[in-house]
Design a protein around this ligand. Structure first.
Ligand SMILES: C[S@@+](CC[C@H](N)C(=O)[O-])C[C@H]1O[C@@H](n2cnc3c(N)ncnc32)[C@H](O)[C@@H]1O
Length: 199
């Protein structure tokens, strides 16, 4: 029997439940996308490879993947940096469940996918931050990173810039729509400036 035939053989109740589940899944993605302003679109594989190459393979300490999406990039990070602890936050329920399943399937003990809003989590122990967000989210994230990241910490961003923060490097991914990948480094001066009491 065809899939269409299988669907036609469902009872009204089963069809309703199936459609309700579909609406709930799509609705949850839409609602979270409206809330964060960022859809759960994975990095293109060429861009992801460029981002990974900018993360030192011998990184120790914590790597924050801000907005794990479906989890593919977080798993690749954990493979690339075995001495680091990769913590990936995701706010959208369905992508989070898939990313969590990928974490489990990958068996990477240095990967932790967490449900939650990274804007309300401390990031002060981050040696590296990776992200593929959008303009509004980057505008909100920039002051948090400037205030919390330790001196020398790296930020690798797919396509979007952190405002008022000159990148250390920009790599253009010619294999995929000339996408820019930005590498930022937390300077010592910013840390000192944010720690200086006013008045
Ligand atoms: C474009 S996807 C990128 C996925 C993955 N990082 C990659 O590069 O393949 C961005 C993800 O960030 C998530 N996100 C956006 N803002 C967030 C926030 N404040 N807290 C947690 N997740 C967030 C979105 O739900 C979305 O799934």
């Amino acid at each position: 029997m065809t899939a269409a035939g299988d669907f036609a053989s469902l009872s009204d109740g089963e069809t309703f439940l199936l459609l309700a589940a579909l609406v709930a899944v799509i609705g949850s993605i839409l609602v979270t996308t409206l809330r964060t302003g960022v859809p759960p679109m994975p990095s293109n594989s060429h861009v992801a490879a460029t981002m990974l190459a900018l993360v030192p393979a011998d990184t120790r300490g914590v790597i924050y993947e801000l907005g794990a999406g479906w989890g593919g990039f977080a798993v690749r990070l954990a493979w690339r940096c075995p001495a680091a602890r990769v913590i990936a936050y995701e706010l959208s329920p369905l992508p989070f469940i898939v990313a969590k399943a990928l974490q489990w399937l990958s068996r990477r003990r240095n990967l932790e996918v967490r449900y939650g809003n990274f804007m309300s989590r401390p990031l002060g122990d981050g040696a590296v931050v990776t992200c593929y967000l959008m303009i509004g989210a980057m505008v909100r994230l920039a002051p948090k990173l400037r205030a919390e990241l330790p001196a020398g910490a790296l930020v690798v961003s797919n396509a979007f810039t952190l405002p008022d923060w000159p990148p250390e490097r920009v790599v253009t991914v010619t294999a995929y729509q000339n996408t820019p990948v930005y590498l930022y480094r937390q300077p010592l001066a910013a840390q000192e400036a944010s720690a200086t009491p006013v008045g």
